[in-house]
Design a protein around this ligand. Structure first.
Ligand code: AMP
Ligand code: FE
Ligand code: FE
Ligand code: ZN
Length: 281
């Protein structure tokens, strides 16, 4: 039986494992098919591809992009994208530049709340990869302002937090178009993230299928059996491909294990077979 994880992050965004270390860990844990889906970048993929050369592990190139839908943020995964597509890479650079802008604003808010954190500290936490709120959270934790990542998002950085700043990101239909133009398969990520409830998820699928959405992340590191069966219903109703993954971030989300999520993640092999056929591989 294949073990599959189609949603993971590396040090090129907000994961704590380098691409090489992530591939090594996946191999040690008998994972046969792994997708790396860093936020707004494909730059970790060449290293990961190199690391799989001597292994029997299959690596699927992926990405995770933030988008707006009805004024709320959602995440869209892209699989089998063409990594060397120059237009796509230019678009990713634009997305990354809006991140830095937002970090400045969040740091201003934190400052007015009495928490002094410098951009340098956040950049150090992020290393060379895509910078994001989890890196601010790391500094907040290190300085004793919050106890955990969850705490940081709940009270400060999440959409209901005191230091929340919205990032201006493209509309979901635009992001879907970008992924398609780069030869990839667009998939709605974790349809219950940050307050996207059942109705929102249904509306999103209904509207975005018309814009080219091809799949939905039915299986996810933290989903209960009930969530999964609801998602299966959406996949059937809108004729969407199914995908699944842990959303592994290493030590940045210590309760999520690679290939397992909170323990019960299981991604059926037929999911990858169908994804491959859809992508023409
Ligand atoms: P950003 O990329 O700066 O918008 O930050 C979003 C990232 O923060 C997500 O991709 C997750 O990795 C992480 N995140 C979002 N919400 C939470 C939360 N409530 N607890 C922990 N991590 C979160
Ligand atoms: Fe993340
Ligand atoms: Fe996400
Ligand atoms: Zn993710």
């Amino acid at each position: 039986m294949s073990r599959i994880d189609l949603h993971t992050h590396t040090t090129f965004s907000d994961g704590s494992f380098s691409p090489t270390d992530l591939v090594t860990l996946a191999n040690q844990q008998s994972i046969d098919i792994l997708a790396i889906t860093d936020h707004d970048t494909t730059e970790g993929l060449p290293e990961a591809i190199e690391a799989t050369k001597t292994l029997s592990l299959e690596l699927i190139p992926g990405i995770e992009l933030s988008a707006q839908f009805q004024n709320r943020e959602m995440h869209i995964l892209g699989y089998f994208i063409n990594l060397t597509d120059p237009q796509f890479q230019t678009r990713l650079e634009t997305l990354r530049s809006t991140r830095l802008h937002r970090i400045h604003h969040i740091l201003d808010r934190l400052h007015s709340l009495g928490m002094d954190i410098s951009l340098e500290e956040v950049q150090q936490a992020s290393g060379t990869g895509t910078i994001g709120r989890p890196h601010i959270a790391q500094v907040l934790m290190a300085k004793g302002h919050v106890k955990s990542m969850k705490d940081a998002f709940e009270h400060l950085l999440g959409s209901r937090g005191k230091a929340y700043v919205q990032r201006v990101v493209p509309e979901a239909h635009e992001i879907i178009g970008w992924i398609i133009e780069a030869g990839g398969i667009p998939v709605l990520a974790h349809p219950y993230w940050e307050g996207l409830n059942k109705d929102d998820s249904t509306t999103a699928c209904q509207s975005l299928v018309e814009q080219g959405l091809r799949g939905i992340e039915v299986f996810y590191g933290t989903f209960s059996a009930r969530h999964i069966s609801f998602n299966l219903g959406l996949a059937r109703r809108f004729d969407l491909l199914m995908t699944g993954g842990s959303d592994f971030h290493g030590t940045l989300k210590p309760d999520i294990a690679l290939g397992k999520g909170r323990g019960s993640l299981h991604v059926p092999p037929k999911v990858v077979e169908r994804l491959r056929v859809a992508a023409g591989y």
